[in-house]
Write a protein that binds this ligand. Structure first.
Ligand code: PLP
Length: 395
């Protein structure tokens, strides 16, 4: 279903939409010291954005205020039935020290789609983006200058209905906070080990895996903890399908999954599972596909890849049986995960049925992965202008 850019919220036409021009800014009296080497998610910036939705009046006046605890009724829907949705985006500093966001309208659109999936009120995506840019500008001193570091932005909407009946939350709280972040998996450039799991599944047809809902993540925590004890960095989520229970690869942790296959004609086939509703439509995933297509169409030349090299892209199911066969035949030349947190990360091993499949990316990214990582970082930091993907925060 199409999401309206501007709400009538919850079907009503007489309530206020989100309006950035009404923003009230209340700055912190004292600013926090900025950590030298921030760990992902540990330190929050000085300020946050907060807006309430009331079914009678709509979206309240947005406020940027000092970062701090929220006050919520214990019966709030978010604590009971989990209508909680969020986004993950990053601000990088450009060549002239200007804060930049990567394709942020895509995060706004996905947030609206996630909200719709759990019947939370819609919001005007353009107005939220203006508010986020203001927040980034106010706390811009928190954007790290080191290579690979950035300021992670977490827009969140939670249901705040206080009546306990099992029903959609008619009230909501939208808030945005930020945290400086270093490289997600440290400076390790070798391939990470994944554990392929199908006994517990992350998503299923008709479920919520294609949306960014908080409730998609908690059911994977125990599996992830057990896998970590065996030395695996993340879970490769499989989904048994069809009569013969073929195990399809869906995603790897909070990353979309890619493999690169050698073709007989000298080209390569870059394959990622299709968006069938069980996979989060990653913004990095789409961007990588578009960059590969642009190379093949000779609209750009990816770093380290000959201009004449054809990079075919294909969104089609990948099963564990396919993966093992490609590996045996020597056709599989690279495997990597992509996402906002990691950009592009090599996958070195996959634990499956008691054995480890050792992949060619064990020592690090191959030609395609490297090209994507380098080009993505150059776009994210504004060193390479590409189709307006990197937006300067100017408000
Ligand atoms: N898959 C899952 C389950 C995620 O949580 C994420 C991160 O948001 C991704 C994939 C990658 O999406 P994106 O590239 O938009 O960050």
């Amino acid at each position: 279903m199409a999401i309206p850019k501007t709400s009538p919220a919850n079907g009503s036409t007489h309530v206020a939409d989100l309006d950035a021009s009404k923003l009230i800014v209340n700055l912190a009296d004292t600013l926090k010291p900025i950590p030298e080497d921030p760990h992902f998610g540990e330190h929050k910036t000085d300020h946050m954005l907060v807006v309430n939705y009331d079914p009678a009046t709509g979206w309240s006046v947005p406020k940027i205020k000092p970062y701090g605890p929220l006050t919520l009724d214990p019966a709030s829907s978010c604590f009971q039935y989990c209508p909680n949705v969020f986004e993950g985006m990053k601000a990088y500093l450009g060549p002239n020290g200007e804060p930049r966001l990567f394709r942020p309208e895509r995060n706004m659109e996905r947030l609206n789609r996630s909200a719709q999936r759990v019947a939370l009120p819609p919001f005007n995506a353009d107005e939220l983006l203006v508010l986020i840019k203001r927040l980034v500008m106010i706390d811009r001193r928190w954007i790290p200058t080191k290579e690979w570091y950035s300021l992670y932005i977490r827009p969140t909407i939670i249901g705040t209905r206080t009546a306990l009946g099992v029903a959609a939350s008619d009230s909501a709280l939208l808030y945005v906070f930020m945290t400086p972040s270093g490289p997600y998996f440290g400076n390790n450039t070798g391939g990470i080990p994944l554990l392929a799991v199908s006994k517990t599944v992350r998503s299923w047809p008709g479920g919520t895996g294609g949306h960014k809902l908080g409730l998609n993540y908690a059911p994977g925590f125990l599996t992830q903890r057990l896998a970590a004890k065996d030395g695996y960095a993340q879970i490769l989520w499989l989904l048994p399908t069809g009569m013969d229970k073929e195990e399809r690869i869906t995603e790897a942790g909070a990353m979309n999954f890619f493999v690169v296959l050698k073709l007989d004609d000298g080209g390569v086939d870059i394959v990622t599972p299709p968006l069938d509703g069980t996979i989060l439509p990653g913004i990095t995933r789409r961007s990588c596909i578009e960059l590969l297509e642009a190379h093949t169409a000779q609209r750009t030349v990816l770093p380290g890849v000959p201009a004449t090299q054809r990079l075919h892209t294909s969104e089609r199911p990948i099963t564990m049986r396919d993966l093992a066969a490609w590996l045996n035949e020597g056709r599989l030349v690279e495997a990597f995960g992509v996402g906002t947190a990691v950009a592009v990360l090599p996958i070195g091993r996959i634990g499956y049925e008691g054995k480890d499949l050792v992949l060619p990316s064990e020592k690090g990214l191959g030609q395609v992965g490297k090209a994507l990582l380098e080009r993505m970082l150059d776009i994210l930091t504004g060193r390479f202008e590409w189709e307006g993907w990197s937006e300067v925060c100017e408000v």
